[in-house]
Design a protein around this ligand. Structure first.
Ligand SMILES: Nc1nc2c(c(=O)[nH]1)N[C@H]1C(S)=C(S)[C@@H](COP(=O)(O)O)O[C@H]1N2
Ligand SMILES: [Mo]
Length: 311
């Protein structure tokens, strides 16, 4: 682990400064106040309407043409449904029941809660963001996602001061997920994690839609993470649990292959990967080669998280 972090130049988690955490706690509180104001959008008894199309947040949108919807919905990584194929998740993931759905938010929080999908539709501040997305396999796309800042959800459960990490668990339904049987020794379920400071960065988003419509099952419906400055594997699909923790948890890819999948996994063109070139990427749908940018082009929004440190 230590060696990988040196190779990767990833910061050790202690390097995330207490000041950054403090500032982010303030961000959580501010976000909470904003949310209270927006909560009156729907009465609790009222069935929530679909949040599409949501207003576009231009401050967090890139000025690039979106990848054709057809491409983003047919070229997927979803190892629970296929360990190999980019095409099979599109058909196989349709077996996943998307309703009812709930997300448990627990651990080191003052108010642990289970949110039904409808609770989230009612309470969260939905917006659209056109984001660059970069897989560690060196393919890239641009997607208009609809969702809300992860910080908005975290503010509702009130993280305790001992919370340092946030973990995400994907749905695990072996009976309908053939990939889980093929790779039975993998550390299922699929899990990912962030430091709390990363999780409350406004770029970190929970997403329920894309292209102005509900997310497709193969893209991680009904709700997934989107972390545009990190390699795609950090953006867990079909999230069922979010836990606040004191210690850094084990995560799926990092447990399997720590030398290939660092914990931080910030997009970094100058850090070589054993299998894929990281200084360039192939942009879908035609796989045109283009340079990869530090933090996938989001350095301005996230570099402070890693300030003064290599990443
Ligand atoms: N649960 C789960 N989440 C996942 C994956 C997965 O296999 N299972 N693959 C990850 C990887 S490697 C990538 S690149 C993106 C792909 O998202 P997309 O298919 O919507 O493009 O999802 C990420 N989230
Ligand atoms: Mo990926």
């Amino acid at each position: 682990m230590r060696r990988w972090q040196q190779i990767a130049g990833s910061p050790l988690e202690q390097d995330v400064s207490p000041k950054a955490v403090f500032l982010n706690r303030r961000a959580i509180l501010t976000m909470g106040a904003a949310l209270l104001a927006s909560c009156t959008r729907h009465a609790p008894s009222e069935p929530p309407g679909p949040p599409y199309p949501a207003p576009r947040n231009r401050a967090f949108s890139v000025d690039a043409a979106a990848t054709p919807r057809e491409t983003a919905e047919s070229y997927n990584n979803y190892i629970e449904f296929s360990a190999q194929s980019k095409e099979l998740p599109r058909t196989r993931a349709q077996a996943l029941p998307l309703r009812p759905w709930s997300v448990v938010v627990d651990g080191l929080v003052a108010r642990p809660r289970t949110f039904s999908f409808e609770d989230l539709l009612r309470q969260m501040p939905f917006e659209e963001r056109v984001c660059r997305f970069r897989c560690v396999e060196a393919w890239a796309m641009v997607v208009p996602w609809t969702g809300f800042p992860l910080a908005a959800l975290l503010s509702l459960v009130e993280p305790l001061s001992a919370a340092r990490y946030v973990s995400f668990t994907s749905a695990s339904q072996p009976d309908i997920m053939p990939g889980m049987a093929v790779s039975e020794y993998y550390p299922w379920p699929y899990t990912e994690a962030l430091t709390l400071a990363e999780a409350v960065n406004p770029l970190a988003m929970l997403v329920t839609g894309a292209y102005g419509a509900p997310l497709r099952a193969q893209n991680g419906a009904p709700i997934r993470l989107i972390l545009p400055w990190k390699y795609g594997f950090k953006s867990a699909k079909a999230v069922v649990r979010i836990s606040l923790l004191a210690e850094r948890p084990e995560t799926f890819w990092n447990t399997l292959q720590p030398l290939e999948y660092g914990f931080f996994a910030n997009v970094n063109p100058s850090h070589p990967h054993p299998r894929w070139p990281q200084h360039t990427e192939r942009l879908l749908p035609d796989f045109r080669s283009q340079p990869t940018l530090p933090f996938n082009g989001y350095a301005g929004a996230v570099a402070l998280l890693y300030s003064g440190k290599e990443h």
